[in-house]
Design a protein. Structure first.
Length: 225
């Protein structure tokens, strides 16, 4: 059995307590868990509403001087930030200096269950980057490499409007797969796929019944020591 088939089988038959669904392999150690977050949407949205009160959405600067079209905030022990000096994880929100809001227990449970369903038992995220997209918002091809422990996977939850996720290779110029992500889908990747380039095409305005003209993405990481 290949690793991809193994991931698929685990998702269907071995993930204890995981809701029914399919895993669509994106690579040997990466896949989409279709609809995996649907049962937790209300808790996720309530959590985000509380987090944005404490740590408001902001458009961060990147070192080149541009401002990101994605609006971001964080929860967890560590929060990802970017400014003219570079990218890093901080314990405090640079806007106001307070610690980032804690990771709600429901967020943590969902992230652990998704990781386990994809074959990564024992995932203990300490960071959750929350992205908000509006029509036209895009995210350029990048690698997630600011985390100290690259052995841990990333678990990425999509809510609201659909998006086309770009999934490339380890080299920036490698061919790119296009993956349609919908409300409730969860992408998990790690292992040999952990440093693959990825991004999001500019969003079309296809309003979601509950969330309207926005897409929210939560990505859970192990960022600290
Ligand atoms: C997004 N996601 O889907 C952007 N990174 O809004 C990411 O940049 C990402 O989905 C690492 C792992 C999964 C992801
Ligand atoms: Fe990323």
């Amino acid at each position: 059995m290949t690793r991809a088939e193994d991931l698929h089988t685990r998702g269907l038959f071995e993930a204890e307590g995981a809701p029914p669904g399919t895993i669509e392999p994106l690579g040997p150690c990466a896949g989409v868990l279709r609809g995996f977050a649907l049962a937790e949407v209300d808790a996720l949205l309530a959590g985000i509403a509380a987090i944005e009160q404490a740590a408001p959405w902001r458009h961060m600067q990147v070192p080149g001087g541009h401002t990101m079209s994605v609006a971001m905030t964080n929860c967890g022990t560590w929060g990802w930030t970017s400014d003219a000096q570079g990218y890093r994880y901080t314990r405090e929100d640079p806007l106001g200096g307070a610690p980032w809001p804690a990771l709600p227990a429901t967020f943590l449970r969902l992230a652990r269950a998704a990781a386990q369903a994809a074959g990564f038992a024992g995932f203990a995220p300490d960071a959750c980057l929350i992205n908000r997209y509006r029509p036209g918002t895009r995210l350029g091809l990048h690698q997630d490499r600011d985390e100290r422990d690259l052995a841990a996977p990333i678990v990425s939850v999509s809510l609201g409007m659909p998006a086309t996720f770009l999934f490339g290779g380890l080299k920036r110029r490698d061919p790119v797969q296009r993956v349609a992500l919908r409300h409730g889908d969860v992408v998990v990747w790690g292992g040999e796929d952990r440093l693959r380039h990825h991004g999001v095409l500019p969003l079309a305005d296809v309003p979601h019944p509950a969330l309207g003209s926005q897409r929210l993405n939560l990505s859970f990481r192990r960022a600290g020591p």
